[in-house]
Design a protein around this ligand. Structure first.
Ligand SMILES: [Zn+2]
Length: 396
């Protein structure tokens, strides 16, 4: 047994507590949280820390395979500028460079107290590393193909990649990249696959304003960018509705959907989602990646709206192509800088439990008895507040 105590313990599934001891067995399984006064300490087994104890973080959105693009792309170019840069740089690196970057990135996440990751994969490049199970992963095999004529081929390829994951006993599901990179036909195929497999889906949602312009008017920066790339623009879906409303109704077969970014999601959109999409068979979760949003669009989502609507929010780092670190704590610091009024209990729920719930990582996300969530120490805090100088140390 090990006995941990600190100024505050955040079990996350319940309110934070003082003067208590978190008791875990030798396998890291939580036994109980006891009042400090009730725990006998004859052999001095209790480990005292200054700061806050919380469960290991769940990184709900990452692209581990893009880690080789760290420090390679220019910031604040807008989404179309970012996509153009990724495509330009994509094939300029060797397998050794790509592998090396994946290993370093995973190590960084472990050091930063991340215990589980929802990871987007367009290739099998990360699978051998994930199979070592240093972290718990759910792999989203991502498809993007605008031409409905190539939808079947795109699915064949995605199924092949998913089989590769399954062969290595990795949890995986097939998901669309974003509203603007899939045809209606492909959406329907993805939906069928999700329905059949009781799958969970993620989709990049409303990361820019220009993606809705594309759907509503069939014009704008994204339209022009794709056209300049030689994309067959007749295939673009012009629906006179925004990107969200043009897409989500095709994905209702999924058991759960994780909408990623939501930088331009409005109160009207949330109301629409709640009435048209969310029901007991299709749960909606929202992932925010604040540092990537600042890197790409220099804009954050409306967190007041997230709070008012009581959304199930999760936190992601996105990839090192659009972020300087893979650290959930760094994401929290960015949110706090702009929204200092959000309570730490809420932020830590976003950073731990909600991600674990979305991915069905039943042993992670809170200090409930029987779980093995990992233990993070948040040091250099100000009472129950994270400060710019706060650091995370992984205790378990
Ligand atoms: Zn992403």
């Amino acid at each position: 047994m090990r006995y941990f105590t600190a100024d505050y313990i955040f079990p996350v599934s319940s309110e934070p507590i003082k003067d208590s001891v978190l008791i875990v067995d030798d396998f890291g399984e939580v036994k109980e949280i006891s009042p400090l006064s009730k725990v006998k300490n004859p052999k001095g087994e209790i480990e005292y820390y200054k700061g806050i104890l919380c469960p290991g973080f769940v990184n709900a959105h990452c692209h581990l395979e893009l880690s080789y693009l760290k420090n390679k792309l220019k910031a604040k170019t807008g989404l179309t500028g970012f996509i153009t840069q990724v495509l330009k740089n994509r094939f300029s690196y060797s397998k050794e460079e790509i592998d090396e970057a994946i290993i370093i990135a995973e190590q960084e996440m472990i050091k930063n107290g991340i215990v589980a990751v929802g990871d987007i994969s367009n290739t099998e490049n990360t699978f051998d590393f994930k199979a070592e199970k240093k972290l718990t992963y759910h792999t989203f095999v991502e498809v993007l193909e605008i031409s409905p004529l190539k939808a079947e081929d795109a699915m064949v390829n995605a199924r092949r990649i998913k089989r590769g994951a399954k062969d290595l006993k990795l949890a995986a599901s097939i998901v669309p990249h974003a509203a603007y990179t899939v045809s209606e036909k492909l959406l329907k195929l993805i939906n069928e696959d999700a329905e059949k497999n009781k799958g969970i889906i993620s989709i990049h949602n409303q990361e820019s304003e220009t993606e809705s312009e594309l759907f509503i008017f069939g014009t704008g920066e994204m339209y022009e960018t794709f056209k300049a790339m030689g994309v067959h623009m007749d295939f673009m879906r012009v629906t006179e509705k925004n990107s969200l409303q043009s897409t989500m109704r095709f994905l209702k077969g999924a058991r759960k959907i994780l909408l990623v970014h939501n930088t331009y999601t409005s109160a009207k959109d949330i109301k629409w989602l709640k009435s048209e999409i969310r029901d007991k068979n299709c749960e909606l979760y929202f992932c925010t990646c604040p540092n990537a949003n600042m890197f790409i669009e220099n804009k954050l989502p409306d967190y007041n709206l997230f709070m008012e609507e009581q959304l199930d929010v999760t936190i992601g780092t996105d990839s090192l192509a659009s972020n300087y670190t893979l650290s959930i704590l760094d994401e929290l610091k960015t949110i706090i800088k702009h929204y200092p009024e959000i309570p730490l209990q809420t932020l830590l729920t976003w950073a731990t439990k909600n991600g674990a719930d979305f991915f069905d990582f039943e042993l992670l996300g809170s200090f409930d008895a029987g779980k093995t969530p990992g233990i993070n120490l948040l040091k250099n805090v100000d009472g129950m507040k994270i400060t710019p100088g706060t650091e995370v140390e992984r205790l378990l």
